[in-house]
Ligand binder design. Structure first.
Ligand code: NI
Length: 226
């Protein structure tokens, strides 16, 4: 299941990220696996770039306060976010599946359960550049508003089609979830959203709500792996 979360970044955060991106030393990327590298034709900010720590901190601060993201992704570990840029000269990233294992700065491994793209450009600033994700029931294409986040299971084939005009800036990241199975995660998210809505209508203390909230937590307890 892919979800889109609008307005993950504030206007100020977005403006600051875009300004730092303009100062960044963009390079052709080599972060992909062997197959993905063949089809990757974009630019990214290299490790060690001076602007990277502040950019990463801004993104992490925005992700950490987002309750919808927490409910849908149940993140256990995040890889430090990276940034990419597509232009007509570096236009696209062909069909691929993200590598399953990524290494964290502390040397431990992260299993990529979820991939995410945080859009830093508005769709009006470029042509092309659709992120298409092949889900079991068909492909979905997205050109998100600046500041919005799309999250999808890392095991799905996806591509970014060619940018033919302008510039498409984005941040991308990988998460390991407390719940490995995408269907279990989807069920928990569905239950959580229904509970939030019921609590709003009925208050906190309805006995059935107390029971169902317990059911949510006990399912999470059964399915959590750390
Ligand atoms: Ni990818």
């Amino acid at each position: 299941m892919m979800i889109v979360i609008e307005e993950v970044l504030t206007r100020d955060e977005l403006a600051r990220l875009r300004s730092l991106a303009q100062q960044a030393p963009w390079q052709t990327g080599v972060s992909a696996g062997t197959q993905a590298r063949e089809v990757k034709h974009n630019l990214q900010i290299p490790e060690g770039a001076e602007v990277l720590p502040e950019m990463r901190a801004l993104v992490l601060q925005a992700l950490n306060r987002n309750r919808l993201l927490f409910s849908a992704a149940l993140p256990l570990k995040l890889r430090p976010p990276n940034f990419n840029r597509y232009t007509p000269e570096h236009p696209n990233y062909g069909w691929h599946i993200d590598n399953t294992v990524r290494w964290l700065p502390d040397g431990t491994a992260l299993r990529t359960d979820l991939s995410a793209t945080l859009f830093l450009s508005d769709p009006g600033e470029y042509e092309g550049g659709e992120l298409t994700i092949r889900e079991p029931l068909g492909a979905r294409a997205i050109r998100g508003a600046a500041g919005s986040l799309v999250v999808y299971p890392s095991g799905l084939l996806h591509e970014v089609s060619a940018v033919t005009r302008g510039e498409r800036l984005a941040c991308y990241l990988f998460m390991q979830s407390l719940v490995k199975d995408a269907e279990q995660r989807r069920l928990l998210h569905e239950l959580d959203l229904a509970l939030i809505s019921l609590r709003r209508r009925l208050g906190e203390n309805e006995p059935e709500l107390v029971t169902l909230t317990g059911t949510y937590h006990n399912l999470l307890r059964r399915w959590t792996e750390t």
